[in-house]
Design a protein around this ligand. Structure first.
Ligand SMILES: CC(C)(COP(=O)(O)OP(=O)(O)OC[C@H]1O[C@@H](n2cnc3c(N)ncnc32)[C@H](O)[C@@H]1OP(=O)(O)O)[C@@H](O)C(=O)NCCC(=O)NCCS
Length: 110
């Protein structure tokens, strides 16, 4: 799933957007956030997760946002690897709404 979020907006749930440098966001603060990426266990390692992430990059272009944000638990190294392979870079590591350490990653979309 994804949504278009805004760095400068207040959300009823805890976010860490305010901790990230303002300069990484486009002027209006909007960006696309990916969450709950899930592939049926019988179809993993066939490139579908990669295809979905690339599809969402097109959605970012369609919504005129230049940045995709995602986070995952630090223990999900394979998810971090998937993102790094796709050109994401780590911008934060730490707890967000509970004690679990999560890794925040971003990718600029051209
Ligand atoms: C994470 C998930 C979406 C990946 O989907 P997928 O379709 O298997 O991913 P892809 O086939 O596109 O994998 C791309 C690359 O990511 C890495 N990767 C993905 N799953 C991996 C695994 N289990 N172990 C190691 N590397 C893995 C590999 O580098 C892989 O490339 P390769 O297969 O050529 O080695 C899937 O494993 C899943 O649904 N997991 C459970 C839910 C979850 O953890 N979602 C993320 C929440 S933040």
């Amino acid at each position: 799933m994804y949504c278009i979020s805004c760095k400068d907006k207040e959300y009823p749930w805890k976010t860490i957007y305010h901790e990230l440098d303002r300069e990484i966001f486009q002027e209006d603060g909007r960006f696309l956030e990916i969450f709950q990426l899930w592939i049926d266990p019988g179809y993993r390692r066939h490139g579908y997760g990669t295809q979905l992430k690339r599809f969402v990059e097109d959605e970012a272009r369609r919504h005129r946002v230049n940045l995709v944000y995602t986070h995952t638990e630090e223990s999900n190294q394979h998810v971090i690897d998937l993102n790094l392979k796709l050109g994401y870079k780590e911008v934060r590591r730490g707890p967000i709404w509970d004690e679990i350490t999560r890794v925040s990653l971003i990718k600029y979309i051209k």
